[in-house]
Design a protein around this ligand. Structure first.
Ligand code: SF4
Ligand code: SF4
Length: 423
């Protein structure tokens, strides 16, 4: 069945009012109707009715979406444009084949040992591959690589992935919550310091921290390329890895992984595979973003440590769209010495869009330029956010603009001020 057929009724709900258009970052950057949310819906309808063929032109248009969900939030008729774009990509993948990049990504994501081995090699040979960007801690490729060129600045690949650093279970105080920590690929391979901060914070609250060794990528990169088979395989492996620990909560500290659990697993896989729907729903109900969980558990920063620092906060799309806006700010405001200044349009997309940035780096950075300018105008020393993907993108923009501002995850800021002793 054409995947768009499942969304036929929701497609019909679009009344072409254009309310979503003004909020679509791609439309703002490109300025052409077909790439706006409304334009993509019109294309999807035409493709479903057979008036438009699923060809290279349609693929190009459908690839121009960050899956930021802004259009969904602004639509009075609840038209799920993000799901429609994903269904169109899936239809294109089954008709025209999965792109080379997504085939390679899917292969690596399904073969975790190979991915880990590749990351270790890249870490080992880092100095041969990357050069340090002067005046910053970022890295730039010495020569262009397929798909990514050599413009983008990177962070160092971890010499030891986070998942290899801790035992599977770190026991906490009796009676305290059992937390399964879903780490996510970017924290595992690029930002293990976020994982360390998560462990420090949860231990300080007396929680039992469970870090399942066999957890997988959430599957978002595969989904965004229309590779439903890989998405489903990874999601099922995650179900098995996370369910068996009977946790009170499943914590994510990556906005996109959380978005996959809350929206994509139940809406895309649960509806397609009814035999799994209940399990995906249970996972969605138990999954919680770290900022929400820490607030719920009563995190209280240690007031003996008070570095003076001006910070600004960027809202990741996949937290904003779930209404997680105040919690990280409230946690940051409770940290003594921190002065939180708001940037303009803090809730606008950073331009990463997962694999969007691989195919459309120019547009991705054009969108990011507004974010960079907004950050610079605050004069903040540190940009804080709740998504490792946003961290990579924001760092890239700041480094290319010559800014010395640091980019940190909310958990890193909170953990700095927490005593490492359990209560
Ligand atoms: S998706 Fe919603 S906001 Fe956008 S044009 Fe259609 S009805 Fe209007
Ligand atoms: S999800 Fe974001 S980028 Fe995609 S159409 Fe909607 S607003 Fe535009």
């Amino acid at each position: 069945m054409n995947p768009l057929k499942r969304l036929e009724n929701e497609l019909k709900n679009c009344v072409k009012c254009g309310a979503c258009r003004a909020h679509c970052p791609i439309f703002s950057a490109v300025g052409r109707e077909p790439v706006s949310a409304r334009g993509k819906i019109a294309l999807a309808r035409a493709a479903l009715s057979g008036q438009l063929s699923l060809d290279a032109r349609t693929r190009e248009v459908m690839s121009k979406c960050l899956l930021c969900g802004r259009c969904v939030e602004k639509c009075a008729n609840d038209v799920p444009t993000d799901l429609i774009v994903l269904a169109a990509r899936e239809a294109l993948a089954s008709k025209k084949g999965i792109t080379l990049f997504h085939r390679l990504a899917g292969f690596l994501l399904r073969n975790r040992a190979l991915l880990s081995g590749g990351a270790s090699l890249a870490s080992l040979f880092g100095p041969l591959l990357f050069r340090k960007v002067p005046a910053t801690s970022g890295l730039r490729l010495r020569f262009p690589l397929p798909f990514i060129g050599n413009q983008r600045s990177f962070t160092k690949i971890a010499s030891k992935p986070f998942l290899a650093r801790h035992p599977e279970i770190i026991h906490g105080a009796p009676g305290r919550p059992r937390i399964v920590y879903f780490v996510g690929c970017m924290t595992n391979f690029l930002y293990p310091e976020i994982g360390e901060a998560a462990v420090t914070l949860l231990k300080s609250l007396g929680c039992t921290v469970i870090i399942p060794k066999n957890q997988q990528c959430c599957g978002f990169p595969a989904l965004s390329g229309g590779d439903l088979d890989t998405f489903r395989e990874l999601a099922e492996r995650n179900l098995a890895a996370l369910e068996k620990h009977q946790a009170d909560y499943i914590m994510t500290a990556c906005a996109s992984c959380g978005g996959a659990f809350h929206r994509m697993y139940p809406r895309i896989l649960g509806e397609r595979f009814p035999e799994l729907a209940e399990r995906f729903q249970a996972l969605a109900e138990k999954a919680v973003d770290a900022s929400v969980l820490l607030q719920k558990l009563g995190l209280n920063p240690d007031r003996s440590v008070a570095p003076l620092e001006k910070v600004t906060y960027h809202d990741p799309c996949h937290l904003r769209s779930r209404g997680i806006i105040h919690q990280p700010r409230e946690l940051l405001r409770a940290v003594p010495g921190l002065s939180l200044v708001e940037m303009s349009k803090a809730d606008s997309c950073c331009g990463l869009g997962g694999t969007f940035t691989v195919h459309h780096y120019g547009t991705s950075m054009a969108i990011n330029s507004g974010k960079t300018a907004a950050i610079k105008s605050t004069g903040a020393q540190t940009v804080v956010t709740g998504c490792p993907g946003c961290m990579l993108q924001i760092s890239d923009g700041l480094q290319q603009a010559g800014s010395r501002a640091r980019v940190r995850h909310t958990l890193e800021i909170l953990a700095r001020n927490i005593s490492k002793k359990s209560p």
